[in-house]
Write a protein that binds this ligand. Sequence first.
Ligand code: SF4
Ligand SMILES: [Zn+2]
Ligand SMILES: [Zn+2]
Length: 325
Amino acid sequence: MQKNQKRLTEVKGLKCTACKDEAILRIKRHHVAFCQRCFIKFIQKQTIQAIKKYHMFSKKEPVLLAVSGGKDSMALWSVLSELDNQITTIHLDLGIPNFSDQSRQVVQQFAKDKTLPLVVIYLKELLGYTLPELQKKVHRPACSVCGLTKRFLLNHYAYHHHFSVLATGHNLDDEAATLLGNILRWREGYLRHQSPCLPSDYPGLVKKVKPFYTLTDEEILCYVQQMKIPFCDSICPLSQKASSLDFKKALKVIEDQSPGTKHYFLFHYLEKKHDLFPEKQSNVILKNCSWCGMPTTQERCSFCSILERTQSKSQLFIGKDDIEP
Ligand code: SF4
Ligand SMILES: [Zn+2]
Ligand SMILES: [Zn+2]
């Protein structure tokens, strides 16, 4: 609420750069302000431009959109559902107390209200464990287990259900924080692969796209508020130790002093990435996991290694023979 009040004070008296109506949001890094109508057009235009620039998907390609119930994925769902594309949405219910139920209900209600296709997968039904139960079994930080589980299951579902593209709601703030984290720890492998569009370069790996990578947290929040899109704004109770939040905070301090820095940081990295990491220097060799058949650099993929430790009786591996190396 305080954030909204601050924003409204900042734009008081400002006119929309496009039509001269009263502005609702100032976007300092672009030196513009927009009224409600022009702001909604701006969000749609940025999304379409991102899709085109990176050749994320065409109208003919079936897209699987991962929706958590948070503002970013709900906003992306709303924008993509207005386009003439084949979008199916998937939600993973992680079974996190005081969080997962609310998230799932928001997603299910939106799908019902707008009559949009939605798949819901319950982790407990699929693996026999909720996320907190899984984390206890493997003794790893919650977000690390959660990230690995989501990446594996979403890709697995998309591949076995013939979706050529998996879209997520990651935005400019998420991507800039990830970039900062990878540079601070000098994770060359992750830096090499950071992109709004990761092509499918091995059977079993579905193309991953982030159509909101040019939009900030603030802009997306303003969009869901203006469009009255419901979203779950509860904070995940397991998130306390997520270092990405610290990187976001650090970038915010810099951005407040020098608007546009975050945008410059991410976009110039993406432009220069190919000079820094020419594709030919990549020496990652993928093979098929001996358990699930999905691509991995090891004999057994990281997700199966976790499941082995939990002795899960998951039925996930029935698709193993479908994957052609
Ligand atoms: S905060 Fe961590 S544990 Fe919670 S949903 Fe996000 S990644 Fe998963
Ligand atoms: Zn306007
Ligand atoms: Zn595996």
